[in-house]
Design a protein around this ligand. Structure first.
Ligand code: NCD
Length: 338
């Protein structure tokens, strides 16, 4: 799969007033739109760092459609929708009629007929969310919760919110390292795009060549490749570790997990090469002892559980913003920024 061919035109993501409608990918969205998502997410966190509730989506129906496994993403979307007073339906796809031969189109049209306002979609095929937003149910707001190895835009935004809150620096001042299975990771792809859009000028991708995507050279001059992890993490402010996406790998990309840990696992010696206040991130699920040691995962520099909490705030923001146009037309709100 080629990175450059997967861009989704921004037009399908924005309504005629330039407001977010669908959230399928980071690519094509402006710095202003990404900053609006972050700023809106911050309004859902109070001064004691607690999530607040708001009735902004009262009467709206959010359907969670997860065609692939998930713990954090599905649950935090549900928590986010409930905090906004929306009705939430979790569709059990494994038990739905798609397993009886119904097409995806028919399943979605039926769900749309049940008065869905927002579909949160996770699918193993790259491009699934785009296809649904453009060709199947364009009147329902589609939020991509991960499609194949293509994009995971809400994960990228919760990562950006965590970086902004934990480092207290502007994106232009930061050196960020992303380590591991870049080739199969929709998180890495969306994180690189979000960091670039928000103005980060030093993005280091640390991986063996076997775990780099085709078309990597097209990422842009702010993205540098390091095969050697010690060189890559030197003086970094942020380290993002990633799981090896074994379910998306057909032939062995690595000699073994042990070998990977030796070459690319985050341990104390390597973390000591980064800045003393460097934060350590992981989108989960984590494979302790492979991409990260347990000591670091549970240590004081890890912000992995902050990422989970920030995920609720970001998903509240994206759900609310995707309905902003409709709510404004109905005269129900002036703007989501409360
Ligand atoms: C990621 C995903 O599903 O892409 N996890 C997540 O959403 N928290 C990363 C992964 O599965 O490794």
């Amino acid at each position: 799969m080629h990175f450059a061919k997967l861009h989704t035109p921004s037009q399908i993501q924005l309504n005629q007033h330039g407001h977010l409608k669908h959230f399928v990918t980071i690519e094509g969205l402006s710095k202003e739109t990404l900053t609006q998502i972050l700023d809106t997410a911050e309004t859902f966190i109070n001064e004691n760092n607690q999530l607040i509730t708001s009735p902004v989506l009262e009467g709206k129906t959010v359907m969670n459609l997860f065609f692939e496994n998930s713990t954090r993403t599905r649950t935090t979307f549900e928590a986010a929708a409930k905090r906004l007073s929306a009705n939430v339906l979790n569709i059990d796809i494994a038990r739905s009629s798609t397993s009886k031969g119904e097409t995806l189109r028919d399943t979605l049209w039926n769900l749309q007929a049940m008065a869905a306002d927002i579909f949160v979609v996770r699918h193993s095929s790259s491009g699934a969310a785009h296809f649904i937003a453009k060709d199947v149910c364009p009147t329902v707001a589609i939020i991509n919760a991960g499609d194949g190895r293509h994009a995971h835009p809400t994960q990228a935004m919760l990562d950006m919110l965590t970086i902004r809150r934990e480092t207290k620096k502007s994106f232009g001042e930061l050196s960020v390292a992303i380590i591991g299975d870049i080739k199969h990771s929709r998180v890495a792809r969306s994180d690189v795009a979000a960091l670039q859009t928000l103005g980060c000028r030093d993005i280091r991708v640390i991986a063996p060549n076997t775990l780099l995507p085709y078309g990597f050279e097209e990422y842009g001059s702010e993205v540098r490749l390091f095969n050697n992890m010690d060189e890559g993490v030197k003086d970094c402010d942020v380290i993002m570790t990633l799981r090896i996406q074994n379910e998306r790998i057909d032939s062995p990309a690595l000699a073994s997990q042990l070998e990977f840990h030796k070459m690319y696992g985050l341990n104390d010696a390597r973390l000591a090469l980064a800045k003393p206040d460097c934060i350590v991130m992981h989108p989960g699920p984590m494979n302790r002892g492979v991409e990260i040691t347990s000591k670091i995962a549970d240590g004081s520099q890890a912000v992995i559980l902050n990422q989970v909490t920030n995920g609720i705030a970001v998903r509240m923001a994206v759900l609310a913003l995707s309905m902003q146009g409709q709510l404004q037309e109905q005269g129900l709100i002036d703007s989501i920024a409360l």
